[in-house]
Structure formats: C-alpha cells, structure tokens
Ligand binder design. Structure first.
Ligand code: SAM
Length: 345
C-alpha cells in the first residue's frame, strides 16, 4: 500500500484557470500521465526490440511527485486524468495510486489505458476505488498474430480481462486497435462485429510513424476512411454524437447494437484544433503535443525545491509552447525522436 502525503498546494489565484488556455484559445483540461516507461510487451510499432533503454529508477517520478504535479494541474483547470505508460500495471502500487487520485478536488474523470495483461487481477479494486471506465489496447483477435505483433503469447489474458471488465460492469470498455496495413487490417470487420454482441467501444486508430521504425515511410498507414469503408460492407454505421468522454474519436453504431465503433484519425484528419491535452512523462517532462519534440522539464525544478506556484508557471509555459497543429505526415519519415511507449500514447 503506498501512502501519499497530502502536499500543501498554495492557493492559485482564480485567474490561473484562465491562464490555462493556450495561445490558440484551446482550454487545456486533460492530462495524460505516464507512470512508467517499462512495458511487458514489445509491440513492433510502439517499442521495437533493441531500440529502447529504460530510464534508471531514480529518473522516474515517484508517486508522491506525480500526485503533487497532478494536484497543481487540477488547480489550474485539469479535469481529466488518464494513467498510461509503458504499461502502467507493471508498476507496483499503481492501482492504489490511481484510486488516491479520485480524492483530488477538481478532477472529474480518472481512467486507465492498459494492454490488459495484468488487468483482471486489479479490476475489482479499480472499480471499488471509483474507476469505472477503462481503455484496453488490443490489435488482433488472433492468438498467433498477437504474439507476432507484441512479441508475447498473452492474448488469452487480455481477452479474459475484457470479459471480466464487462461482467463487473465497467462502462464503457474501450478497445483500441491500431490498424496496420498488411498486418491486421483484415480484422477490422471482425473487431467491429464485436459491438453487435458486446457493449464495447471498438476504436480504430490510425498508425502514426513515431520513433525509430524499420519500415519505409507510409508502409503501414491505412486511413480511417478506408477502414470505415471496409466495415460498412457488413452493415450501415449510424453516426452518433460524441460525448465528452469520446475524446477525438468519431463515433458510430450498427443498428440496435449495444456497442459502438469509433475512428481516431490523428493523421488523415487531425483534431489539433480541439486538442485539450497535455502529457506528463514518467521521466518528468511536460509534453504539450504527442507528435512534436517540444518538452518542458518539470522534474528538475520539482526536485530542486520549486514551490507549487512556480510549478504552475511551468505548466503554463508548457501549454504556451503547444503548437497550433502537429506536422507529422503519414508518408513522411518520423521526426518524433521518442518511442510512443516513452510518451504514453
Ligand atoms: N501499455 C498501454 C497500452 O497498451 O494501452 C499504454 C501505453 S501505449 C503506448 C498507448 C497506446 O498507444 C496504445 O493503444 C498503442 O497501441 C498506441 N500506439 C503505440 N504506438 C503507436 C503508433 N505508432 N501509432 C498509433 N498508436 C500507437
């Protein structure tokens, strides 16, 4: 059990919330927190073998440090937190940490993104701790293919976690599939069909050329439009209005289906104009844009004794450097130096 000593957060002035609007008028209210850079999978498109060196433990933010930064963020207007990684569930104490976050005033939504391997053993505790929504990454329904994509034979655990989450009544259960041309794009219909029998939100994510990749630029990319066209061969998709929890996904439903189908088109139809996100990496950087190399060190200042007001100023500095839009092109060679698994997706 971790114990978090409640930090003393100096009262921010009311105008701080107003200051948490970036130069392009976007109100920043969503912080994605990567609690570790370590992962128990080696998805070839996220963290290829041999190109990853884990940070030394001393360089990873402690839970107390993250808690303090999240509290500073909440006082500035952050309302939504997503815990990510690496794989968040490989870090000891993370479930206790997440449930502690539910006590922070101002936070309205706390959720978790996981590959699902260790999830089943934590689901009851997460649910009773106030976490009712969950995102699980799953790129295939085929056991052998799962091993090829991730380097591990763990499909069974992931699928069992999804089924248990449904039984416990997590709502919604979002399943994220990165669609990769020539690798798993023949499964989009099968994945979409799950929404006819289960209340899952299956979200198809466009592949982003981030980090060091071996393939030629554009080789893996397939657009949301092409994916949607494939799915519409099995039935009409009815557009539904997205709610605040859908984020940038465009949502649809088959007639009378309990689940939903979503498309996240970061490359073909970027949603930068409405991006409300900031990221905190496990190594202690604030990143105002997933698809840019801009980052603001906050761990150094935090460890050198900055006050909460001074840390708040660094949050504001980070959002002031948020680019108007990302410059990554699906056919271009990536210029994003970090692997996705370091940033947290
Ligand atoms: N381990 C957790 C998980 O699997 O959900 C959280 C971290 S993972 C980096 C977050 C998300 O980023 C996953 O859904 C993953 O599929 C996605 N992702 C990683 N690399 C990507 C890429 N190159 N393009 C699109 N999505 C990617």
């Amino acid at each position: 059990m971790i114990s978090i000593v409640e930090p003393k957060v100096e009262k921010q002035s009311r105008s701080d919330e107003a200051r948490f609007i970036d130069p392009y008028g976007r109100k920043i209210s969503y912080l994605r927190v990567s609690v570790t850079d370590r992962c128990n999978l080696r998805c070839f498109y996220c963290r290829p073998h041999g190109v990853f060196e884990a940070l030394p433990h001393k360089d990873i933010l402690t839970y107390e440090e993250m808690y303090r930064l999240i509290k500073v963020g909440a006082d500035l207007g952050i309302k939504k937190i997503r815990i990510t990684g690496g794989e968040p569930l490989v870090r000891r104490g993370v479930v206790e940490f997440i449930t502690e976050l539910t006590k922070i005033k101002g936070l309205e939504d706390i959720s978790l993104t996981t590959n699902g391997i260790y999830l089943s053993q934590h689901l009851e505790k997460l649910y009773s701790g106030g976490i009712k929504r969950i995102n699980i990454s799953m790129d295939t329904l085929k056991k052998d293919r799962f091993r090829k994509i991730t380097g591990a034979d763990r499909f069974k655990e992931v699928w069992e976690s999804i089924q248990l989450a449904e039984k416990i009544n997590f709502q919604p259960i979002k399943i994220n599939m990165v669609v990769i041309k020539g690798i798993n794009d023949d499964e989009v219909k099968a994945m979409a069909l799950l929404t006819r029998s289960h209340p899952y939100h299956i979200r198809f994510i466009e592949y982003m050329p981030v980090g060091i990749q071996k393939q030629k630029p554009g080789d893996y990319f397939i657009s949301s439009l092409e994916i949607q066209q494939q799915i519409e061969q099995i039935g009409r998709l009815i557009p539904i209005s997205s709610n605040t929890f859908d984020g940038p996904a465009k949502m649809y439903q088959f007639e009378n289906a309990p689940g939903r189908v979503g498309f996240i088109s970061a490359m073909s139809n970027h949603f930068c104009g409405t991006c409300n996100r900031l990221r905190l990496t496990a190594g202690g950087y604030l990143k105002p844009c997933l698809l840019s190399n801009i980052k603001q060190d906050i761990k150094g200042p935090l460890r050198s004794g900055f006050s909460d007001n001074e840390l708040a100023d660094l949050f504001i500095k980070a959002i002031n450097s948020k680019p108007m839009e990302h410059q990554l092109d699906s056919t271009a060679k990536s210029f994003i130096s970090d692997q996705m698994s370091n940033i947290g997706g």
